[in-house]
Design a protein around this ligand. Structure first.
Ligand code: CS2
Length: 524
């Protein structure tokens, strides 16, 4: 059921005396819990199973907002539909304990707010059976993985969490966390180290190993994850790598939903929608959602009953997702922040930036995909609508982080194909220039964006090169980020030109110079 948000906010002042927090009168504020599920207003969807009756069949690494608004919600729907209580999730927070503390205090329940056109679909999720803080967990993630009830291990640890080279796709032994796990394999800190140690325990235990599913935005995420796990296991001489290669399935999967981590406003909306019951860990997302998973053998929830798709090969979905949605997110984030916008929705409301994003998707990224023209246009129209959703506060720092790991799969691979086909690449080169500019702009007082990147130190140094063409060269010649570019001199010249323009002109002017007339006029 949908709740109009203005009503949800208005209820702030009208809900009953016990329901509203009122610290001044020392009233006890009810906190979301399994016991209170039956007291939620009828407008709030909830599990049709009793959360305490679930057993844990899924171990998930990366208990962030995305997982909670995507897989955990979908798993609830699958369990609702199939009345199969085996698929509770043990959700692991890899670094900070904040979400674990918040969820544990409310029986691991939380609210999802799916925002659309001023309405929100409100649902309390009860599929997480346990929350784990990896750095302080006494059992340890590997031992949890070896529990025979765990049939599936899933991951949302961001592309950088895989510690793989974006160019070779193999394990990057120079990554700090991997370096640690090579020295101390019994106390791994990287997801890859945890998987290797966990699979070692599974081999010792015997029986069928869990299926490992990556839910991160990487090209061939399952295959890459498998490669990284085998690379790390190969450093030992006990045959573990071969055993993993022969016995463990790592299907590729493509996920899609735009999610924002809970904000103070969400806390207020959730409290009002829940009739005054407090939730300290709500998540907000758009209603759109997809999950496309390669078929695999073994027991699993009936995710297809909840909207997931099982296919033999995800390649086409994956390329379309990464090159259209994720790449234009980067374009809007890097240029939008330079233009003074804080969120993707704000940037997409700017006519020049929206026109450039459309042109980039339709004329640059689209021709590298296997999408028929009408479907490409439908997808692009849908994406622009989704980006404009004003209720989703997708901030620039979050979208722009780890750019050096995201460049090849989302932007550069398509750019190289375009160069080889003789097609112009004005959007890609401007995107790269805007990203480079972030490294200096971020140092200004009150900068909107913060650069978070595994190669921050060396890239900040490169960004201090005053000549824009030399600066472009310093970045583009980084084979660990860009691989080998076709026609590198031309790319360097174009990125250098864009850097020079961004230093002297308004973003709007630089963008409009690259717009084809039909996009400029909005009649493409
Ligand atoms: C975003 C994604 O931060 C990013 O890189 O592009 O989180 C994006 O919102 C999701 O992939 C949408 O499915």
């Amino acid at each position: 059921m949908r709740v109009p948000l203005h009503t949800a906010l208005a209820k702030k002042n009208e809900s009953g005396a016990d329901a509203m927090p009122d610290i001044s009168e020392n009233r006890i504020v009810p906190r979301l819990s399994a016991d209170l599920l039956t007291r939620l207003p009828d407008t709030v969807a909830r599990p049709t199973f009793a959360p305490r009756s679930l057993t844990t069949g899924i171990l998930h690494l990366g208990c962030g907002a995305f997982h909670r608004a995507h897989q955990a919600l979908l798993t609830q729907h699958a369990m609702n539909a199939a009345a199969d209580p085996r698929w509770g999730i043990a959700a692991v927070a890899m670094t900070r304990p904040t979400v674990v503390d918040a969820l544990r205090a409310q029986d691991n329940l939380y609210t999802t707010l799916l925002h659309d056109d001023g309405d929100a679909r409100v649902e309390v999720v009860g599929s997480i059976t346990e929350t784990v803080h990896a750095p302080t967990d006494r059992i340890g993630v590997p031992a949890r993985m070896a529990d025979p009830n765990i049939k599936i291990v899933t991951l949302t640890v961001t592309a950088s969490g895989y510690c793989i080279s974006p160019v070779t796709g193999r394990l990057d032994a120079a990554c700090d966390a991997v370096h640690h796990d090579i020295r101390c394999p019994a106390t791994p800190v990287s997801p890859i180290g945890m998987l290797v140690r966990g699979l070692e325990a599974v081999r010792k235990r015997g029986g069928t190993p869990p299926v490992v599913i990556s839910c991160d935005n990487l090209c061939e995420n399952g295959r890459k994850l498998r490669g990284a796990v085998i690379d790390l296991a190969s450093l030992r001489d006990d045959g573990l790598a071969d055993w993993i290669a022969r016995n463990v399935q790592f299907p590729n999967s493509v996920v899609d939903r735009i999610v924002q981590p809970g904000s103070p406003a969400d806390l207020a909306v959730a409290r009002n929608c829940l009739g005054g019951i407090e939730d300290h860990a709500p998540v907000s997302a758009e209603p759109f959602m997809t999950w496309t998973i390669e078929n695999f053998d073994g027991e699993r929830p009936r995710w297809e009953d909840a909207g997931a798709h099982f296919v033999d090969d995800v390649t086409d979905y994956e390329l379309a997702k990464l090159r259209l949605l994720n790449a234009s997110h980067m374009l809007l984030a890097y240029l939008g922040a330079l233009a003074g916008y804080s969120t993707i929705a704000e940037a997409t409301a700017d006519p020049a930036l929206a026109a450039l994003a459309r042109q980039f998707m339709l004329r640059e990224q689209g021709p590298t995909l296997a999408l028929p023209p009408a479907e490409l246009r439908r997808t692009v129209d849908g994406l622009i609508r989704r980006f404009r959703n004003p209720a989703i506060c997708h901030d620039m720092t979050r979208v722009g982080r780890n750019g050096s790991d995201k460049m090849v799969p989302r932007v550069v691979a398509a750019m190289c194909e375009n160069i080889a086909a003789g097609r112009p690449t004005p959007g890609a080169t401007l995107l790269i220039a805007a990203w480079i500019r972030w490294f200096t702009e971020t140092q200004r007082p009150n900068a909107i964006m913060e650069v978070i990147d595994p190669r921050l130190e060396s890239l900040t140094k490169s960004a201090s090169q005053p000549d824009p063409y030399r600066r472009a060269r310093e970045f583009l010649w980084r084979a660990d980020i860009f691989g080998t570019l076709p026609d590198p001199d031309r790319v360097q010249r174009q990125v250098g030109d864009a850097l020079a323009e961004l230093a002297g002109d308004r973003v709007d002017t630089v963008v409009r110079r690259r717009l084809l007339p039909e996009f400029e006029r909005g009649i493409e």
